[in-house]
Structure formats: C-alpha cells, structure tokens
Design a protein. Structure first.
Length: 339
C-alpha cells in the first residue's frame, strides 16, 4: 500500500491533466507485464508495438523508461499544463537541469554506484536526454500516434467528467470515485499496490492523470517540489482494439448476452456510457460513425435507459438506473450510475 496524507491546501489544489509521455511509459509497462500476449483490448496494439520495437532501431532508447524501477521522475516528468503535447513534454525532458538530476538520483540509487543505464545522465546529460527523447518520439510515431486521435477524444471525455465532479462536489467526492484500487479516507489517499510507502504532502498540488494504457496500474510521482501526481485507468481503452493500423479483429466474450438482447451497437454504447459522454466522444471511443451513435442513442433514449443533459455547450449522455441495471445484470462489464 502507498498511503499519502494530504493537507487541506494540497487537496484544495487538486487538478486533472493528460500526459502523452506517461502514456508512452505505461504502454511500455503493458508490454513488459505481458511478454507473450497482452489481454484485450491491448492485444492487437501490443502485437503492433512489439514489431515496432523489434524492427525500428530508433525506438531502442525508449526502453530505458522501464529498465530500472523505481526510477527518478526526471525520466518521465509530470505534465506542467492541463493538456500538453508530446512535443512539449519532450522539450521539457530535453531541458532537464543538471541540478534536478543530481537531486533526484540519490533518492533511488547510490551516486557512487550508479547502474550502467543511468550513468550517462550524469556524465553527459544533454546527449543522454536527447537520445532518450529521440527514442520516445520514434516509438510514439510508430506505436501510438495512429491511435492517438481516438485516445485523445476518450481522454477529453474522461477529463470533462472528472472536472464536472470536481466542480460540483469537490475533491472528496472525486477521489472517492476515482478507481477501485484508490481509497480515500480523509486525509489519507491509499493506492493499493504491492510496495509499502507512507508519506505526508504539505502545501503542494495533487495532479490526477487518467491514462488509456494504465491497465489498472497506479503511478505515484513524488519528486516534483510542488506537485504530487497520481495516475489511474481512464475509460476508453477499447479504442486500442478498434483503431490504428492493425486489422486484427477484436476479441470479446464468446456469447455477449447484452448484445443478444439489445443489439451489438446498442450494447457497445451502453457499456461506454458508464461515464457520461458526448456523441462525438462515443464515436471516437467506439470507432463508429457519429450518425450511427446518434441512431443508437435515440433508441436508448426512447427506451428510457439513457438520459441526455446539456453542460455548457456540450450535450452529455449517461445511463439511467435501468441502463445501469442492464449492464450490471446482463452485460459482461461493470457499470456505475452517472452523475
């Protein structure tokens, strides 16, 4: 367990951000955890990504992100804006000051006995950082960029939903419903992980980072002097099965009872609405045409299992109690009522 005691100023400064660089990091974790075959919906993507790593030599330096764990945060810095691009994050990585590296390394390794892969960041910082950033960029371009537009749309929906919860009910409600392995018992945020750590955070900022590639894993970054960052699994990982260059068909349950009852398209939409979403967001997440999603939503609205609400300039769809019951009792994936 990782137990993080948050003081009131830190809790009050809770924010949400996306991070392409952390998606790179966690995507490599997915490959590392599943050396033979990744589970659905990562299966087709993982096969493609392994070919990229095997066949594109320029991607080799990206593997450094997962060689030595735990590793200093300067290798995958926390996002400093709400929605940075990969180029912006890599620019920050390349510009990492020598004093930041010197400060962080002793927290993880004896400076007099550094592992071979970490030494270059001390001896020739600029060359090592440029090599790592170039490797990450090559890996991103070949292994993740084809899926990024759909991933970005799914993450936008996730951030919108969480931001609504934060604005309407405050950080307590947000943290209480963040992830099944995140427990909030004020003032302690507990991450259910094999490692044992406990620390207090005073007068900083809590940054929550939803990740498509998290696959249930939780990252806690504590090296930044002003930010403590915690990642969690975002909904929408299905885009990895239905987007990108791979034509490998998605693997699902042998018998989909919900699809038998309401049709495959409506079953997809019902499952995707475990969190409120717009028509465009659903279309990107599910890999369907917006007109098709609109048709399915219209039928589900008529049946009374979905509701429609306007939030600013967006129209969000969510599950009615009857829709929640359908997915929970008949479907193969859990659902929760939307706010």
């Amino acid at each position: 367990m990782i137990r993080i005691e948050l003081d009131e100023p830190t809790l009050a400064r809770t924010r949400i951000a996306t991070s392409p660089l952390w998606e790179v990091l966690t995507s490599l974790f997915v490959l590392q955890r599943h050396p033979k075959e990744a589970p659905w919906p990562y299966t087709a993507w993982a096969r493609h990504a392994r070919r990229v790593l095997d066949e594109v030599p320029a991607t080799a330096p990206a593997r450094l992100l997962t060689i030595g764990l735990p590793a200093p945060d300067f290798l995958s810095p926390v996002p400093t804006s709400a929605a940075p691009t990969l180029a912006e994050q890599l620019a920050e990585l390349r510009a990492t000051p020598a004093e930041v590296i010197a400060e962080q390394i002793p927290r993880y390794h004896d400076p007099d006995d550094l592992p071979g892969w970490l030494g270059p960041f001390v001896r020739d910082r600029r060359t090592a950082l440029d090599r790592l950033a170039d490797g990450i960029e090559a890996y991103w371009d070949a292994a993740i960029a084809p899926w990024w537009p759909a991933m970005r749309a799914a993450l936008d929906e996730e951030v919108l939903h969480r931001a609504r919860a934060l604005a309407a009910h405050g950080p307590d409600a947000l943290l209480a419903d963040l992830h099944e392995r995140v427990r909030w018992e004020k003032p302690v945020l507990t991450l259910v992980k094999p490692s044992e750590q406990q620390f207090a955070v005073v007068d900083q900022r809590l940054l929550l980072i939803p990740l498509i590639f998290s696959q249930g894993a939780l990252i806690c970054a504590t090296d930044h002097p002003e930010i403590i960052a915690v990642s969690y699994q975002a909904r929408g990982a299905v885009v990895l099965a239905e987007g990108g260059p791979s034509s490998t068909p998605r693997a699902g349950p042998a018998t989909d009872r919900l699809a038998v009852l309401v049709g495959r398209g409506r079953a997809q939409v019902l499952r995707a609405l475990t969190r409120p979403a717009t028509t465009a967001g659903l279309a990107a997440t599910l890999g369907l045409a917006p007109s098709t999603v609109s048709e399915q939503l219209s039928a589900l609205l008529t049946a009374g299992v979905v509701h429609r609400r306007r939030v600013g300039r967006r129209v969000l769809y969510g599950l009615e109690p009857a829709g929640v019951a359908l997915v929970q009792l008949i479907g193969d994936e859990p659902a929760s009522a939307s706010a």
